[in-house]
Every structure is written in C-alpha cells, then in structure tokens.
Design a protein around this ligand. Structure first.
Ligand code: SAM
Length: 440
C-alpha cells in the first residue's frame, strides 16, 4: 500500500491526521489489498485475545453506538475542528462547555472511542480529531447550523448514518432478540417494536421530517461516497442503449445513482420514482443543486409511485433499483419485481444493485466468483471476515431490524427472479453487485 502511494508521490494517510480524500481511496486493487490486511488483523485479534474479552467487547457494542450518538448530536467533531484541530487537541472542559453536556461523561465516552481509534487523546483529558473521527465533522459550521437547523446533515454522510443507526436503528436493535423469540408474530419488525411504530419505516418517515431528511442524506451519500462510480456505470452496458432510451430509477430517493449515470451517459432519459413527498420536494431540490440542466432539458423527471401497487412506465429499456430489494422480505421483494415485470416489455432489463451475501465458509455453487470476489488465502475466512463480510453482514442485520429485509445469496436472487417472471442473466461482483435480469 505504501509503495502504491509513493508511486503517486503520496505517503500513506496517517491515522492521526484528519481524513483527506484521495483518488487512491477507490482503487480496486488497493482496496483488495487493504481488505486482506483488515481480515488478517481481525483474525489475529480473535486468535490471540482471550475469548472472554472478545465476547465482552462484542456484547457491549451498544456503548460504541451510544458514544457516537452523543458525539454527533452534540457536534463534538465540529467543536474540536473549530477550536483549532491540531496536535494540541482541545481540553474536555472546553468541548463539554460548547456541547452543553457534563464534562465527566463526555470525556469518558470520548476516551472509549479514542481507545478504539475514533478520536485521539493527545494529553490527559484533551482530545483531537483523527482520520476516523474527522469524517463526523459536519460540513456546515456550528453557527450556520444554529441559524438554520435544517442544514445540519447536508453533505455529511457519516454523521447522518450515525444519527439514523443510533436513533431509530438502536431502538430497534435492542428489540431484535425479543422480536425473533416472539417468532415475528406480533410486529412486522424489531424497528416497529423498539420505536412503537405500526407502519413501515418509509411511511413513518413521511411524518418525521428531521429523521427522513437525515435518512435520505445517509442513503444518498452511501451511494456516492462509499462506492466507486464504476459499480453503477460499469454495472450494465448503458452505452449500448439507443439515444433517449428510458431508464427508470425505482425507489430513487434523491437519485444519486442516476446522477452518477447521467454524467457518463447523457444520451438516456431518466425517470426517478419514489414516494410522493420524496419526489415532490427533496429530490427536485437535490437536482436543482447538483445538475439543474437535467431538469430543464427533461432528461430527468420525477414520478410518485407505490412500487408494490403499479409501475406506470411501460416497456422501459432498463428498470434499476439500488438498495431496494434488500429492504424487504421475500414476499414483498417478489411483489416489487413482479409489478415491474408486468410493465416491462420483452427486451426490458431489470438491474438490481445490492450486495451478495458472502458465506463465511467456502462456496462452490453458481456465480461463485461473485460470491467471493477476492480469493481468501488460508487461514482467512472465505468472506474475509471484517475485511469484506463485515460490511455486508452489518447491512443485513440493519435490514432485518428496520424492515425484516435481508442481503441475499445468489441462489436467493435466482429464486426471486424465477418467482416474479425474471431470468437472472449476469452478476457483476463487487462491494455492491450488479444483478442483471431479462424477461423470462
Ligand atoms: C434504502 S432507500 C434507497 C434509495 C436509492 N435507491 C439509493 O440508492 O440511494 C429506499 C427507498 O425506497 C423508497 N420507498 C419505500 N417504500 C416505497 C414504496 N412503497 N414505493 C416507492 N418507493 C418506496 C424510500 O422512500 C427510499 O427512498
């Protein structure tokens, strides 16, 4: 890794310095090397550390979530940055005074995080941002946020993700065990139990302006910040589609995947579909800021739909869905795909961008190369443990919690297709796979 950076005249980023984006962040080969290193380091820890310590660290994982929740709610990363953000750090009494919380508890939670490489304790009770904590710095300053609270999470994916997962997500997480033991009988999801809500989370968001805004920022950023754009631009042969072919982004949220696509494939027409509030207010605002020309020349239009009920666009060239199928249990996922199939023409394609669940053991069935895109040398886990499978399994449990959804294996995607009139044609592996179906 160091020599690859040196070739570009760069040194490998220090854990102690704030995060600065580099084009090498999304280099596929370097990412694979980093994943092997992470898998190895995590397996060494599990091998060497006493088993009880590993169990204790895991069973108290909620403390990490709680610490991050407080840090983000009270803008601690911004407070440190605005106080100078250098190696001197900021004393806890000053941080706590600005955060308006007691110094003792905040300091102990900051030490908990610093001990796990999120923040640095540079002198006793004095904290600085590091590469990890600096990603929680909100783009807008404290004064700007105070003057206009609705911009709190704008451009701040990591903070929005923490907010969403440690608020409604954490309430649900605490209810997972009781929900599973109740055999899923009384409530649809752990999220419903923990938050005392009786609709699905997306309909609940229609009544929760602050949380909805935060969720859509987290979802949008997770497409644009976390994944290289080639996952989407290379996920299908978009260039081969004739000019003005219709591409439908089903459950688009702000339409960040479409934004990635339209930059490289401006010859296509994109229809962004989502629930009414999303496509009426938030998504158009996002496009006015990102690419207003796409609105004026009609290359991007919006449509309110309920994707369980009807697909108003008939015979589109491509219908695509990112992070939609994984939201739902099998029956509902099938229904979404069937509704699209009923509207599709004989040559329409359905492209699903979702992770493929990698087994922690070896897998030799169909599309094996998509299931384990990086060959794990012995004795590493086949899914590289925390190096790769960690992310997919955490999203899987997040989906279980919020919607009784799931990350699926290739076999499950083949089956979903069969039951909704689609034939799985190809799977392009990656952190997020591109799963292409044609009409069966
Ligand atoms: C996990 S987000 C994914 C958003 C987007 N595809 C992306 O990649 O960022 C799921 C989206 O599905 C939308 N959604 C949920 N239920 C829906 C329904 N019944 N009809 C249409 N859209 C829905 C939500 O509003 C949300 O924007």
């Amino acid at each position: 890794l160091e020599s690859a950076y040196a070739k570009q005249g760069l040194s490998y980023p220090s854990l102690d310095a704030p995060f600065a984006p580099s084009p090498l962040d999304t280099d596929a080969e370097l990412n694979n090397i980093a994943r092997l290193a992470v898998a190895s380091a995590a397996q060494i820890i599990a091998t060497i550390r006493g088993p009880l310590e590993t169990i204790q660290e895991t069973s108290t994982g909620a403390y990490g979530a709680a610490a991050l929740s407080l840090i983000v709610d009270t803008h601690v990363a911004n407070i440190i940055k605005e106080a100078g953000d250098d190696d001197q750090g900021v004393h806890i009494s000053e941080i706590a005074a600005k955060a308006q919380v007691p110094a003792d508890s905040l300091g102990r939670l900051l030490r908990y995080l610093s001990t796990r490489h999120i923040f640095r304790e540079v002198k006793p009770d004095t904290f600085a941002n590091n590469r990890v904590s600096s990603t929680l710095i909100k783009k807008h300053t404290l004064d700007e946020i105070k003057a206009k609270p609705t911009i709190e999470y704008e451009g701040s994916t990591a903070a929005a993700f923490v907010g969403h997962t440690t608020d409604e997500g954490l309430q649900g997480a605490a209810a997972i065990s009781s929900w599973v033991k109740s055999l899923h009988k009384n409530y649809a999801t752990p999220f419903n139990v923990g938050n005392h809500v009786d609709t699905d989370i997306f309909h609940w968001f229609e009544t929760q302006e602050y949380r909805a805004r935060r969720f859509h920022i987290a979802a949008t950023g997770s497409a644009t910040d976390r994944f290289p754009p080639t996952i989407f631009t290379g996920g299908y042969d978009w260039a081969s589609l004739p000019k003005d072919s219709i591409v439908v982004d089903v459950g688009a949220s702000m339409g960040s995947v479409t934004l990635t696509l339209i930059k490289e494939f401006p010859h296509l027409k994109y229809i962004l579909q989502d629930l009414e509030k999303v496509v009426k207010y938030d998504a158009p605002k996002y496009w006015e800021a990102q690419m207003p020309s796409a609105l004026t020349d009609g290359r991007v239009t919006f449509q309110a739909i309920d994707f369980f009920e009807a697909q108003p666009v008939k015979n589109a060239a491509v219908y695509f869905m990112r992070a939609i199928i994984h939201d739902w249990p099998d029956e509902k996922a099938k229904q979404i795909m069937k509704v699209v199939r009923d509207a599709a023409g004989p040559n329409s394609k359905l492209v699903v961008f979702d992770a493929i669940m990698p087994y922690a053991c070896e897998y030799t069935g169909p599309f094996a190369e998509a299931v384990a895109p990086i060959k794990a040398p012995y004795p590493l886990l086949a899914n590289l443990g925390l190096g790769l499978g960690g992310f997919v399994t955490l999203v899987d449990i997040q989906m279980l919690n919020l919607l009784n959804g799931k990350e699926r294996t290739v076999g499950e995607f083949i089956e979903l297709g069969k039951q909704s009139g689609w034939k799985l044609e190809s799977v392009k592996p990656g952190m997020m796979a591109s799963i292409v179906y044609s009409a069966a």
